[in-house]
Design a protein around this ligand. Structure first.
Ligand code: CA
Length: 236
């Protein structure tokens, strides 16, 4: 039995019912809200563990709902949006959403996102001590010494690659937008720096990934950004 409680914010009744039925059959507890105001009220009064938030709501912009909730809560928020709404998705991630699902999505995708988010929650609770080290499969970062290892081998990263890796590692499981990464690594949000980011990401990957085809640690979200995955979450 899963003790996690999920708030489902969706004005479209068939989609809402599909989600709540899925949650119920997988042992999640759930609450539902049909608009932004109700979502904020439910969050304040019930303190859910995860929020699934449709971005297209009748009374207010989903991004505004995230901003308001983020003013007092760090609850993980997974946004749900249509494929055509990439800009909204990016705004939502920049406003503090953790992940996204694109409509139409499968029940398996929904459950996979929830598992990643739950694991992220559990890790956050475990590893709040600063100066500790990071482990993800054979990858190890010693934050105190600044050394990075892949299995037995030490990786020789440039200062920028190390900064980039640490940012991704500290946000494992969370989708980071180009803008977020640029602001945090380079202190800049110029759009044309995305080219620079790609170059650094490519050299970091060359050192980090084992090179058997698909990226293992760093997922590319085309047009949006990147995510560090736990290697055991990588693909179902
Ligand atoms: Ca909607």
């Amino acid at each position: 039995m899963n003790q996690i409680q999920i708030l489902v914010v969706e004005d479209d009744a068939p989609v809402r019912n599909l989600i709540t039925t899925t949650l119920k059959s997988h042992g999640y507890r759930h609450l539902a809200a049909v608009n932004g105001q109700a979502a904020i009220m439910e969050t304040a009064s019930h303190n859910p563990d995860i929020i699934l938030l449709d971005l297209g709501l009748p009374d207010m912009d989903g991004v505004e709902v995230i901003r308001r909730i983020r003013s007092w809560s760090n609850v993980p928020i997974i946004v749900i949006s249509a494929r055509s709404e990439d800009t909204d998705k990016i705004d939502a991630l920049d406003a503090g959403a953790d992940d996204y699902l694109t409509k139409p999505f499968s029940v398996e995708e929904l459950l996979a996102r929830l598992r990643v988010t739950q694991r992220r929650l559990a890790l956050l609770q475990l590893s709040s001590a600063p100066g500790s080290s990071y482990e993800n499969g054979p990858l190890r970062i010693n934050y105190a010494t600044g050394c990075v290892y892949l299995g037995e081998e030490e990786l020789h990263l440039t200062a920028m690659e190390y900064k980039l890796l640490c940012l991704l590692a500290r946000n494992t499981g969370k989708v980071l937008t180009h803008r977020f990464i640029l602001q945090n690594v380079w202190g800049s949000s110029w759009n044309n720096d995305i080219g620079t980011l790609r170059v650094f990401m490519a050299t970091l990957r060359k050192k980090l990934e084992l090179g058997d085809g698909a990226p293992q640690y760093i997922q590319t979200h085309i047009g949006i950004g990147y995510r560090m995955v736990r290697v055991d979450d990588a693909q179902p």
